[in-house]
Design a protein around this ligand. Structure first.
Ligand SMILES: [Zn+2]
Length: 345
């Protein structure tokens, strides 16, 4: 097979940042994707309806002329979030999800939740109105090894919240472990996003032969058995699993540093990388489910009306090594193998 036409994909987990970075990287997502769930972890975070409206306006202004890309906004859950504000933002159609970060879990998550009892009224309201909650699924306790933080989160945080709110629709974001895949498979009312890079790299790619900061992200990539469980889940066509790239740009000086930031920037070549992974598994026919159909179904939205066509070429496709933005250069994810598929139209 050398041509594949699928429903236009969406990205159910995306960081667009703000200002010159937003303007510089937004075209990379808008080129291939119809919509994206926009993460609210700006400084300060997108907490209230008014913040989300203002951020949406800045995104729309930064879009290339003629683009039909649609940002799907989210609110950042804090211990002070007002259930009535969340309900109003949902009723107006502005927001499609609320994001829960455990305090300190990742980039700009200092305002996240420490005391989960304090957010109980919001979660009850969300269950009532059918608004999904997206989890950054890692505990932040200093005594928990970084490679175990997702599995411990499922046990200590996710399970009690889900048991207390069985009607709450939940998305486990960027699942990175077999434990996470197994949990989601067994759970009602629950889906999970999988990133492009977690389908490709393992922790060896970060650490063997020297530290490679552009492969450092959170949750951190795990050992191969977990990566393989993610590949099996993504390529299976199972409706619970769908694409959320977590494409997260930082300028190179902030990555290539004594204390580098977490995030892989995959917006530019995600569809090429995914086609490679799915073809390798003999599952190209399930790429459309993963990238274009399962996500909208989870969020109760229609899939996109238009299509894209991927083509496979004999010679590898060249992608830019970096995207030059007004904020500085951003290195594009290197999958470590040549890419032959590209979005032709
Ligand atoms: Zn993220």
């Amino acid at each position: 097979m050398t041509t594949l036409t699928i429903t236009r994909p969406d990205d159910w987990h995306l960081h667009l940042r703000d200002g010159d970075m937003l303007t510089g990287i937004l075209p990379e997502t808008a080129r291939d994707f119809g919509r994206a769930i926009i993460m609210p972890n700006l400084v300060p975070p997108v907490v209230r309806t008014t913040d989300a409206i203002a951020y949406r306006d800045r995104i729309m202004t930064a879009l290339p002329d003629g683009s039909t890309f649609e940002p799907l906004m989210t609110l950042y859950l804090t211990e002070d979030t007002d259930p009535a504000d969340v309900a109003a933002a949902h009723a107006s159609g502005l927001i499609k999800a609320v994001k829960l970060y455990p305090a300190g879990a990742t980039t700009n998550s200092a305002s996240g939740v420490s005391d989960f009892d304090k957010v109980r009224p919001v979660l009850e309201k969300m269950a009532e109105i059918g608004l999904p909650l997206c989890f950054h699924g890692e505990v932040t306790d200093a005594d928990i090894d970084i490679f175990d933080r997702e599995a411990v989160f499922l046990d200590r945080v996710m399970d009690p919240i889900r048991r207390a709110n069985p009607d709450l629709k939940v998305t486990l974001e960027h699942v990175t472990t077999k434990d996470g895949v197994d949990y989601v498979n067994a759970a009602e009312n629950m889906g999970a996003t999988i990133t492009t890079h977690h389908l490709i790299i393992t922790r060896n790619d970060i650490l063997v032969g020297g530290i490679r900061p552009h492969y450092y992200c959170l949750p951190v990539a795990k050992r191969a058995l977990h990566r393989d469980a993610l590949v099996a889940a993504a390529t299976s066509g199972n409706a619970k699993f769908f694409l959320g790239t977590d494409s997260a740009p930082h300028i190179d000086p902030l990555k290539e540093s004594g204390c580098g930031c977490a995030g892989c920037f995959t917006a530019t070549n995600t569809m090429s990388c995914l086609a490679h992974v799915f073809e390798n598994e003999g599952k190209l026919e399930n790429l459309e489910r993963f990238a274009s159909l399962n996500g909208p179904a989870h969020y109760g939205l229609a899939s996109n009306a238009d299509k894209i066509t991927l083509r496979k070429s004999e010679t590898p496709v060249e992608f830019p090594a970096k995207i030059e933005t007004g904020a500085g250069p951003v290195t594009v994810f290197d999958p470590g193998f040549p890419l032959h598929w590209h979005v032709a139209e």
